[in-house]
Design a protein around this ligand. Structure first.
Ligand SMILES: Nc1nc2c(ncn2[C@@H]2O[C@H](COP(=O)(O)OP(=O)(O)O)[C@@H](O)[C@H]2O)c(=O)[nH]1
Ligand SMILES: [Mg+2]
Length: 438
């Protein structure tokens, strides 16, 4: 799948060596290759266009990290955007019990097979699933589901005398919960293409059963057609996820890359073979790795990024130690902390403060502090001593806070600086003991 992407990129990125900054010009060739590879893999052209734009926005003008090449950095950006395109993080099954899953999709997409695969997976997770045969149009469909059920030792409810799928669904849903099943998977009929009758039947079943999950089973070999089907089904019955089947075949990958953007529903599982074990939880990052095939480059850049964060934290710690710390540093440090999502780097370097956690309240406070500092002029940030009453009032107004808040912040900052100054001497260790009280 998308095999030539790695090759095309490697070639194009060779020319990016030795460039200090990524720019529209020096990335042009590489991005043209990416565009060609994506279009060649049958990714929707609008998705391709947006993808290229996002990669550009993420990379133009960005300083290239030390110890990696610009090409490597671009690979990482492309990788991250691929992950986004594929839906971000992996999504899990609804926690609602009994877990009712309605399987919908075109004829031959793999609904019946996937129903059995899912039942097997749920069983492995310690659940007690059953299957309901709602494909009433072909007796062979019921035979197929029953045969699969026997293979995995899962109960299959069916009624060959009933010709209303809706009635079957309702009756066996009740039966299943009386029999103590905590997951009920409804296998439904499909058509060769979407038609009103099919949609109506699914809507009726859905309204009656109220399933926690509505899975569209889509054949990845259909490429863009699979994406259109997903969009259509989603508009009609609000699917909660897509199971993309036959990814083991020679599908070009375009469906996987477009389906989230076009249909709005995330891919939850991937069918990767005819056997009942051939169902994978869909992981966007792993898929992106497979598509791009440059896992070593991606982790290299991630490591370089960590080094930069560490270095910056170290520089700040040094400033702190020398008491050269001004409000400008305070602000940039706070942003760093916000970026890291925790007090991480800096606090770990200050004895006594490691292990401090940031909660919601602190976060709000940090936002307020940030707003206050942002309302100061650069001179005020470098030299808080000039902050008289008039300036403080202006800053409070500018940041949507009270003068009281501005005063508190400045007082805290002064205190911190005072402590830092004292720490310069050999009283450092003694002062550290007082630090947590701040
Ligand atoms: N290779 C491969 N074949 C699959 C996969 N999922 C389903 N199939 C095959 O596709 C065909 C149609 O599947 P079926 O479950 O009957 O589709 P339904 O009409 O939607 O119920 C069967 O021959 C399955 O074995 C898959 O992930 N990989
Ligand atoms: Mg079927």
């Amino acid at each position: 799948m998308l095999e030539n992407l790695t090759e095309r990129l490697t070639k194009a990125l060779r020319n990016l060596r030795g460039v200090g900054k990524l720019s529209e010009e020096n990335m042009a060739e590489a991005l043209a290759e990416v565009r060609q590879a994506l279009l060649g893999a049958d990714v929707h052209f609008k998705v391709v266009r947006e993808f290229i734009e996002r990669v550009k926005a993420e990379s133009v003008g960005k300083e290239v990290l030390q110890s990696v090449t610009p090409g490597q950095q671009l690979v990482k950006i492309i990788h991250d955007e691929l992950v986004n395109l594929l839906g971000g993080g992996a999504t899990e099954l609804s926690p609602i019990r009994p877990l009712k899953i309605l399987m919908v999709g075109l004829h031959g997409s793999g609904k019946t097979t996937t129903s059995a695969k899912l039942a097997k997976l749920l069983k492995k997770r310690g659940m007690n699933p059953c299957l309901v045969a709602c494909d009433v149009y072909r007796p062979a469909a019921i035979d197929q589901l029953e045969a699969l059920g026997r293979q995995i030792d899962v109960k299959v409810y069916s009624d060959r005398g009933e010709n209303s799928a809706v009635k079957i669904a309702k009756r066996f849903e009740r039966q299943a919960s009386e029999d103590g099943y905590d997951a009920v998977i409804f296998d439904t009929a499909g058509r060769l293409q979407i038609d009103e009758g099919l949609i109506k039947e699914i809507i009726d079943i859905k309204d009656l059963v109220n399933p926690a999950e509505v899975f569209l089973v889509a054949d990845s070999a259909l490429g863009q057609e699979a994406v259109n089907v997903a969009k259509h089904f989603n508009e009609a019955v609000s699917i909660t996820g897509v199971v993309l089947t036959k990814l083991d075949g020679d599908a070009r990958g375009g469906a996987a890359l477009s389906i989230k953007t076009v249909s709005g529903a995330p891919i939850k599982f991937a069918g990767v073979g005819e056997k009942l074990d051939d169902l994978d939880v869909f992981h966007p990052d792993r898929m992106a790795q497979r598509i791009l095939g440059m896992g070593d480059v991606v982790s290299l850049v991630e490591k370089a990024q960590e080094v930069v964060d560490e270095k910056e934290a170290m520089r700040m710690a040094e400033k702190l130690r020398k008491a050269e710390f001004d409000l400008e540093d305070f602000l940039s440090q706070m942003r760093q902390i916000k970026k890291l999502g925790s007090m991480g780097s800096l606090l770990k370097m200050i004895p006594g403060l490691s292990g401090v956690q940031i909660g919601e309240r602190e976060e709000k406070k940090m936002k307020q502090t940030e707003a206050i500092i942002l309302s100061m002029t650069p001179q005020e940030r470098q030299n808080p001593n000039i902050l008289n009453a008039r300036r403080r009032l202006r800053i409070a107004k500018g940041s949507g806070t009270e003068v009281r808040d501005v005063n508190t912040l400045i007082k805290q900052f002064e205190q911190m600086r005072k402590i830092m100054k004292m720490m310069k001497g050999d009283g450092a260790r003694k002062m550290m003991r007082n630090f947590p009280k701040m």
